[in-house]
Write a protein that binds this ligand. Structure first.
Ligand code: 5GP
Length: 190
């Protein structure tokens, strides 16, 4: 996705060989025009899939996911991160290892909003090792809903998230693929 690629190259900061910071347009300050373009691209890609809900994980996926849901004419469900391991009977819960925080959290979703008649699109900002996406897939499946795919804005192909999602039998569509990061260096896949 050309607009997103250009923005990453212009403003992204490779903190080290693992982490890209995109605080200026996605993770802290958010550019609504760029998010709208991102959403139109996701909607175009998934328009014939019969999607009934878009799902994301709080918090950085919310902006692009909300606009994608609007484009597809469906509602958005935001999966929540909770530090506590208390079990709640009205929630689906699963443990996810966090890439950015080097810890783990409880990913949760209310049992109210999804059922076996739903076919969902999962949207997230980054795909690194695939733990977040795999957690979201587990929760969707607990609700017996089916999955059209995972839509990612920025995939780091040198980490193995795509394989992890594929292991779960789900396809990934990513808008930008990064093949290498190093301090001050961002290399995109063509
Ligand atoms: P994964 O679960 O695929 O290992 O990591 C995905 C999650 O970690 C994303 O939801 C995103 O919030 C965060 N993440 C992974 N890599 C990066 C990165 O390079 N930069 C930023 N800003 N977030 C990342």
């Amino acid at each position: 996705m050309k607009l997103l690629e250009e923005r990453i190259l212009a403003e992204g900061i490779a903190e080290n060989q693992d982490v890209l910071r995109v605080d200026g347009f996605l993770n802290h300050q958010v550019d609504p025009i760029l998010m709208e373009a991102v959403a139109k691209d996701f909607a175009e890609h998934f328009k014939n899939e019969g999607i009934t809900k878009v799902i994301t994980i709080e918090s950085s996926g919310i902006a692009p996911a909300l606009l994608t849901a609007k484009e597809l004419g469906v509602e958005l469900i935001i999966m929540k991160k909770q530090p506590s391991k208390v079990l709640y009977k009205d929630l689906f819960q699963t443990v996810v290892a966090s890439f950015t925080k080097d810890t783990s959290y409880e990913l949760t979703m209310s049992k109210k909003f999804l059922d076996e008649n739903d076919h969902v699109l999962i949207i997230d900002d980054f795909l690194a090792y695939g733990e977040a996406a795999a957690g979201a897939i587990r929760l969707v499946r607990m609700a017996h809903a089916t999955i059209a795919g995972v839509g990612i804005l920025i995939e780091k192909t040198f980490q193995d998230g795509r394989a992890k999602v594929k292991e779960n039998g789900v396809n990934v569509y990513s808008q930008v693929k990064i093949k290498k990061l190093a301090e001050g260096v961002i290399e995109l896949e063509q």
